[in-house]
Design a protein around this ligand. Sequence first.
Ligand SMILES: CC(C)=CCC/C(C)=C/CC/C(C)=C/COP(=O)(O)OP(=O)(O)O
Length: 274
Amino acid sequence: MLREDIIIDIFSGWRSFLRKCLFRVLRVGPIPSHIAVIMDGNRRYAKKKKIDDMTGYDAGALALLHLIIYCMELGVKYVTAYAFSIDNFRRHPEEVQKIMDLTMESVMLLTWISKLRLVRVHFAGNLQLLSADIQDAAKRLMESTAGYNNFVLTICICYTCSDEILHAVEESCKEKWDDGIGIMGYDEGNDYERLIKVVDIEKHMYMAIAPDPDILIRTGGEYRLSNFLIWQSSCCHLSSLGTVWPEFGMFHLVWVVLDFQQNYRYFAKKKLQL
Ligand SMILES: CC(C)=CCC/C(C)=C/CC/C(C)=C/COP(=O)(O)OP(=O)(O)O
C-alpha cells in the first residue's frame, strides 16, 4: 500500500506549491520543534466508509506519511507517532499482524525517503517484543540513518511510557552498579542523597533522542494520553481533534499550529519555570 509514487506525488505538483506558500505564511509565527501524535480512529473511519478495519489502518498509515511530509516542509524537526502500544497486543491477532505488516512496509519506504531527505528514523519502545525480522529491519534502518539530522521521525512501537520509565530506571541502576556505585547513599553532610537522578533516567529513556514535544495531537475525539509520552508532556500543548486519524490532513495541521502559536507565550513562560 505504501508506495514511492505516492511520496513523489505528495512532494510535487500544484498542491505542493500552494501548501508551501501557506506554510511560508505560517512560518511568520513560532514553529513547533516537535509534534507527537496519537493516531486514533482508524477502525471508526473504516466503519464510516464501510471498508474493512485493515484498510482503515492502510488509510491511517497514508495519513501519517502526509503528516511527515507536511512537517518537513513546515520546518518541524521532530515527529513522533504512537503506532502500537504494548497493550495493543491484546487486540485481535489479525489486527496486530496488520500493524506489524505496515511497520515492515514502512521500514522499506522510510529507507528510501531517509536517503532522499536525510531523515533519521528511530523506533522507540520495547523492540524485543517484535518478531526477529522486524527487529532486524528496524535496527538496520536506525543504524543506517543515525548520522542524518535534517528531520527525526520516531515511531513508538511496543511502547508505553510506564515501560519506558521502567526500562530507564533499570538501565540507570545497571550503570551505577557497573561503575561500582550503589543506588542510594549519603553526602558529606549526612543528608540523604539520591544517586539516581532525573538526568540519569532521562538519558536512558527511549525518547532521549528528541526534545520534549511542543504539541501532542490526539485524533478521534478522545482526551486521554493512553500511556504515551507522559513523562515528556508536562509542558506541551495538547490538541484533541474530533477528526478520525485517516482524515487528518493539512488544514488540521495548520489549525493545530495556529492554536499553538496563539498559546506560545504561555508555554514559553511555563518552560522557563521548570
Ligand atoms: C508506521 C506505522 C507502523 C504506521 C501504523 C499505522 C497506524 C495508523 C497505526 C495506528 C495504530 C492504532 C492502534 C491506532 C488506534 O486506532 P483504532 O484503530 O484503535 O481506532 P478506533 O478508536 O476507531 O478503534
